[in-house]
Design a protein around this ligand. Structure first.
Ligand SMILES: [Zn+2]
Length: 252
């Protein structure tokens, strides 16, 4: 059923409907979009927060973990009373406290080769908030297969990366085009060992939500063929262009 804008949600979304790039038509697109978030940690929390407030109609959330004390310095949806609860349960509840109209589909599991197809294929946009390259490369492969949009975030220490791939485009490069080989997981991304500053997770997660909304609104100027690199210590953002590799898995 196509969701329409009514009097109530005009007020709720008025500050974004007023934007030229959104308008009533754009808001209707947001209300009817389906976004899957994999990983409900430092990245997944701000992504879920921004997208439910913006009115993304269906939000899928995938995570097998429970909230623990070391999550609280950066994972903005959780409080101390959520300790030992499953993250998907906490987030579903909070999303619906913020915006009761959002349909939340929760998946209390890790994404694997066996379930990735069924998880990914029913959503339009896939957002990676995972903390490991194995998951990122799996999402890359499955998103190519189903021509999805994939928005990847990676964080470590004071550094953050964002990629956006629209696999509906024939000439779109993929994560494998950028990394010659799969980086070992203890190389980057290990918040437990390497550490992470909370705001870095917030910035990168917010950028991923921003990219998702732009993709829904079809604003065209997404992070196309580039990686965005944040160095929060130097406070520098740079975009680095990279090319589609010959004979990569993204070849169509
Ligand atoms: Zn590729």
């Amino acid at each position: 059923m196509i969701k329409q804008i009514n009097k109530k949600n005009i007020e709720r979304y008025s500050r974004q409907i007023i934007l030229k790039n959104v308008g009533p038509m754009g808001q209707k697109k947001i209300l009817n979009s389906k976004v899957l978030i994999i990983g409900l940690g430092g990245l997944g929390c701000p992504v879920a927060d921004h997208l439910c407030r913006a009115g993304v109609g269906t939000i899928g959330i995938v995570d097998f973990d429970k909230v623990n004390l070391s999550n609280l310095h950066r994972q903005s949806f959780y409080s101390q009373k959520d300790m030992k609860k499953f993250k998907v349960d906490v987030i579903k509840k909070k999303i619906n406290l913020i915006n009761p109209k959002i349909k939340v589909k929760k998946f209390k599991k890790a994404i694997t080769e066996n379930n990735a197809n069924s998880l990914v294929k029913n959503f339009d946009i896939i957002i990676d908030g995972s903390d490991n390259f194995k998951t990122k490369f799996l999402l890359n492969k499955i998103s190519i297969k189903y021509n999805k949009t994939l928005i990847i975030g990676a964080i470590s220490k004071f550094d953050g990366h964002v990629f956006t791939f629209n696999f509906k485009n024939k000439n779109e490069p993929c994560l494998k085009c950028f990394y010659q080989s799969e980086p070992p997981d203890d190389d980057l991304l290990n918040c437990e060992r390497e550490g992470i500053l909370g705001p870095v997770a917030g910035i990168i997660g917010s950028l991923q939500a921003n990219e998702a909304l732009k993709m829904i609104l079809q604003t065209k100027n997404y992070l196309n063929k580039k990686i965005l690199i944040l160095d929060a210590l130097k406070l520098s953002f740079k975009k680095v262009l990279f090319n589609k590799k010959k004979n990569c898995i993204c070849k169509k």
